[in-house]
Design a protein. Structure first.
Lengths: 233, 217, 233, 217
């Protein structure tokens, strides 16, 4: 067994530098690497290129890095639940590259799986396809999209073991599995870190080979963006 | 003339037994409330869940179980969770049978614009471009005209496109229309709405080739 | 919940016809759809195109269809643990298309996920790439491979529920998940069929949306091809 | 001169702490027996398992747990099972650190042929083409010459290729060689084997640019 555990979030983020490209898992505020984000804030690294489906809210998630002006460019499918984001974008301080959500996921998966590029129908005939190669297969048009290239990938899982194996809970899975192994170094934070052998090999969502560092996060706030309930009666 | 719930109610009749359905935000979300109880339908949300149920009871919300609108949800027996790449495999691979989404504009050739207004803050397309480029069966739910009273059913979209030639059916507060090679074919009128009213509210080519029945909702 | 259960293997295979293209899960004899294969033999359908990593042994797995001369063409990565296979191939009765194993898996996954084609480095510069488009990305050469098109996909899982959700065991998983939803109709056979709600939604390997029909197999022989053991001492 | 176990033993020294390793059938399989106990290594098998352990005790074989050679195996703590697409994502995506496989021929430019002999029954390439096209670190384990005594280290492969320019290192019964831009660079001699013997057994360009040490195994 190849041990991937590091002692804490400081060790987990060693090597993160200004101007790097980072992948960050999560959908909205669900399944985001909360502890890695806090440490990025503490480290004050700046000029970051962030690949993440969303950009957090003003005071949580990637919003914390935005408040701190650490992000140079966001590559996302949906942003702007966030006033500071809007201000920086409209003022030109922040670059934004909007990418269809399925394309975003597959650009991660392509990087993980060693595919340099893929053809997808999403965005054909729209401004997303501008400047990109298009091609017909079986009478339908597709756009050629390239795999991402990133330095670090920060993901959050529910449980993980010393070998880096990960298990996710509910829809907190989202982009996290696709981002594992999609960057040079993948850092996984988990709610519960268990010894190797504690997880059933059949039930692992992401094998440890895709993860370079794993640690148990100190604290998870798990904020809910849209609390919706129905009355009991 | 229908209100938003009326539109949702009419669209719910398009949902057939055995359908996997992806509902967009807004009016489409309301459709789930009106689907018949005697048919089997599963709702997919692109953030990674199939078999969505109703909202949770107060106190039972789980931050780890949300829909694409970031709302807390529950799941029904037979549900499954999966990652984003798998979710879009379902969508792109045409395993989802029906996609219902809102629009700012639809053109008579089936083009749709629903993600960007130049000069305004752009939030992004989310999964909409994947959905419209892939689904075989797309229904648009929207008001027939915008707040300024201008038609949203056009000869050609004026806003940046979300997808080309993909919309099959449109349900508005005034009518049900099918996108055909010749233009918008009027299938049904909303209760109390005349063909004349629909004609005036439709900028794109409108085809009225028979007696147009009133909706039955 | 959309119910996918059918009563038996006969109902599960309704619509299978001569000359169809079938996908069959399994690696060697591990995780093969034993009951579907038996029914294919009983149905006597012929002229079949079979996409399967291997071709069974003389008296088990796809070897049973070969004995019966029901297969016109095999699309596989490794074959010939099987005398009858060799005889038919050398005599020209059987066509064989050999495909690198990773390419075979991805041609299934591409069909499942709506990708028409993909670029892979496997086979570049070899006879596998002959007649295929090649292309350079970042200084490395790739071959363009197309998604499979198949009529039926027969897979075997460990547990499944009425909604078609599947869970696999050990290395019997192999090609089965990639083949789900990769053909027009996917038929899953399982060792244990349980009511919807019995499986944890977090632990499902293949969501039911990729499966059209599911049934509990009557009998599983699960033959071992290479029984290897070590002495107790 | 080494026997098969000797070759495996020498290759085992190339396996470093923290490596994920894919072992081909034949001599490569033997390598697992000689890897040092004080380093951490995980073996991947392309049929969908990481963290392979030894063969099971008699009576504990499980038909559902095999390796790529279709042999019954066990798993070690930290193991995982996965599907074939994920398995080749590990391989193609260069997450596997070292690939060790056999060959019929290797050319001085790193080309390898190990899957097909024209005129003979062809069993197929299995995962070999994916492995050689993807791995950054490929070691070939083979006899220096074939049964007819002809060299397997050639100027140019005569058999259909498995991959081009991909082999980095070769360990044979006679020597350890590195594939360089100039040809096969002789790194080590097998115990008791002279440079002259290796020269005679090597058809491709052999580079002997220094005193060549005897292997230490």
């Amino acid at each position: 067994m190849i041990r991937k555990t590091v002692d804490n979030v400081q060790d987990a983020l060693k090597g993160v530098k200004d101007g790097m490209t980072l992948m960050l898992g999560g959908f909205g505020l669900c399944g985001i690497p909360e502890n890695a984000i806090s440490e990025l804030v503490r480290l004050q690294v700046s000029g970051l290129y962030c690949i993440s489906n969303n950009a957090g809210v003003d005071d949580f998630g990637l919003g914390l890095l935005l408040q701190n002006k650490q992000i140079k460019k966001m590559i996302s499918s949906y942003v702007g639940e966030n006033d500071e984001f809007e201000r920086q974008m409209l003022s030109g301080e922040l670059e934004v590259e909007l990418t269809p959500q399925g394309t975003l996921a597959e650009k991660c998966r392509a990087a993980q799986a060693g595919f340099p590029a893929f053809y997808t129908p999403a965005g054909y005939g729209t401004e997303v396809a501008e400047g990109k190669e298009t091609r017909e297969f079986n009478g339908k048009m597709y756009v050629l999209e390239k795999a991402f290239e990133a330095d670090f990938s920060f993901v959050k899982a529910w449980k993980g073991d010393e070998a880096g194996n990960l298990i996710f809970k509910g829809t907190a899975r989202n982009f996290n599995p696709c981002m594992c192994g999609a960057a040079k170094i993948t850092v996984a934070e988990v709610e519960e870190l268990v010894p190797a052998g504690s997880l059933d090999p059949n039930e692992i969502h992401v094998p440890g080979i895709f993860v370079q560092r794993i640690f148990q996060g100190e604290k998870y706030e798990k904020r809910i963006e849209q609390r919706t309930v129905r009355p009991r009666n | 003339m229908l209100d938003k719930n009326g539109i949702a109610k009419r669209i719910a009749k398009e949902v057939k037994d055995g359908y996997y359905v992806n509902l967009g935000i807004g009016i489409p979300t309301l459709v789930a409330n009106y689907v018949r109880n005697d048919i089997s339908v599963e709702f997919q949300s692109e953030n990674g869940v199939l078999g969505m149920g109703p909202f949770p009871f107060e106190g039972q919300e789980d931050a780890d179980i949300i829909n694409a609108g970031k709302q807390t949800i529950t799941t029904l027996p037979g549900a499954s969770f999966f990652d984003s790449a798998t979710s879009f495999a379902m969508i792109r691979g045409r395993h989802v049978d029906l996609t219902i989404l809102g629009a700012m504009e639809v053109a008579e050739n089936g083009d749709i614009a629903n993600w960007k207004i130049p000069g305004k803050m752009v939030k992004g397309m989310g999964g909409a471009m994947d959905l419209v480029a892939s689904a075989e069966n797309i229904i648009v739910a929207m008001m027939h005209t915008n707040r300024a009273g201008k038609s949203k059913l056009l000869k050609k979209c004026t806003l940046p496109l979300t997808g080309v030639g993909c919309v099959k059916k449109i349900v508005t507060n005034l009518a049900v229309l099918e996108v055909t090679n010749e233009g918008f074919k009027l299938l049904e009128r909303a209760p109390g709405v005349t063909v004349e009213v629909i004609k005036r509210a439709t900028e794109g080519r409108l085809i009225v080739d028979r007696e147009v029945p009133e909706m039955n909702i």
